[in-house]
Design a protein around this ligand. Structure first.
Ligand code: TYM
Length: 330
């Protein structure tokens, strides 16, 4: 039996990394067997922070589709598509924007943080579109009446706003048009980068999803560990070590042993990282092979995205008819 309906999306910004994979995509791959799923490459969202030079978007979109397919998303079972190919996202975004209090948007914690962060990088995104980012995200989700949204922890404030928007819409138009979507957080809510902070391209601490085995080993070698473990003989604290966070995901069979050896200084950080890197290389090898196969079939990938949009549109159109009707829009 299908448990419900999933919508989730990712920005094609050309930096797909293990945070995106372990925090979100790996859960999508797992959940695709239990839910009816809509997976969307959100190109309009990518424009909110890079509207000045969109020339590389087509490339980023294609690469994101390759990443998703090689990770194991089934294009028959799921609707995999590009946001801007289903124009109903824009219409619903516009209608929702009429009823979104400005104060709700200004208090979204990611808004001010990102504004400041990008400002420091010399990017001016003091725009209407950027402020409305979570409204577009709400439109994405509720256009399909999705009840479950698998994401990393950083997206939860946006989902809180989406739930508030749904309550407001249903209340104003006196009909339960939309269900309240809830987040689904998997085993890795916040994947650390090599410096121990949240993995993110803006920190330059990412491990690229498409990294070659050599690159993977090199990135893992650079990872920070327990800062109190200065000498090889010092005992370590796995609970605060980013390397151990990755062991939890990549070395489940040896986890107990690694934990004990770390606490007893039975293993040094260098060797501990070497073990992790080999497990990661092995786990990602299949995905990388499949990626090469998909990369050799660009027309098939294009067809998958077109077909996905066609199927997504059917659901989107049915929702919009209902929305227009309750809003007396002809
Ligand atoms: P985006 O493109 O920044 O990230 C895509 C997904 O990857 C997750 N993620 C992480 N998870 C754990 N640890 C990390 N270090 C890490 N870095 C990234 C994110 O939580 C996300 O799930 N606003 C969204 C895109 C979006 C969307 C939607 C998502 C647009 N519409 C509707 C869900 C539903 C974003 O910018 O994700």
């Amino acid at each position: 039996m299908v448990k419900g309906r999933i919508f989730s999306g990712m920005q094609p910004s050309g930096n797909f990394h293990l945070g995106n994979y372990l925090g979100a995509l790996s859960n999508w791959v797992k959940l695709q067997h239990e839910y009816e799923c809509f997976f969307c490459i959100v190109d309009w969202h990518a424009l909110t922070s890079s509207f000045e030079d969109p020339s590389r978007l087509p490339d980023y979109i294609h690469n994101m589709a390759l990443d998703w397919l090689s990770a194991g998303l089934d294009p028959e079972k799921n609707r995999i598509f590009i946001q801007s190919h289903v124009k109903e996202h824009a219409e619903l975004h516009l209608l929702l924007s009429m009823m979104t209090p400005l104060s709700w948007l200004e208090r979204v914690p990611t808004y001010k943080d990102k504004l400041q962060q990008l400002g420091e990088q010399g990017k001016d995104i003091n725009t209407y579109g950027f402020l409305g980012y979570p409204v577009l995200m709400t439109a994405d989700i509720i256009l399909y009446k999705a009840d479950t949204v698998p994401v990393g922890e950083d997206q939860l404030p946006h989902l809180e706003l989406a739930r508030e928007m749904v309550r407001r819409f249903n209340f104003i138009y006196k009909q339960e048009v939309f269900p309240e979507p809830k987040g689904y957080i998997g085993a890795a809510p916040v994947v650390p980068g090599i410096d121990g902070r949240k993995m993110s391209k803006s920190y330059g601490n990412e491990i690229p999803f498409a990294a070659s085995p050599e690159e993977l080993r090199a990135r893992v070698r650079l990872m920070v560990t327990d800062p109190q473990r200065i000498k090889r003989t010092d005992p370590g604290r796995p609970e605060i070590c980013p390397v151990f966070t990755f062991h939890k995901l990549y070395s489940p069979a040896e986890l107990g042993e690694i934990e004990t050896d770390c606490r007893n200084a039975g293993i040094g950080c260098v060797d501990c990282k070497k073990r992790l890197a080999e497990h990661m290389v092995e786990a990602l090898a299949d995905i990388h092979h499949r990626r090469q196969d998909w990369a050799a079939r660009p027309n098939d990938v294009k067809d998958i995205l077109e077909n996905g949009a066609k199927r997504a549109r059917e659901t989107a159109q049915a929702t919009m008819e209902q929305v227009r009707s309750v809003m007396h829009m002809g």
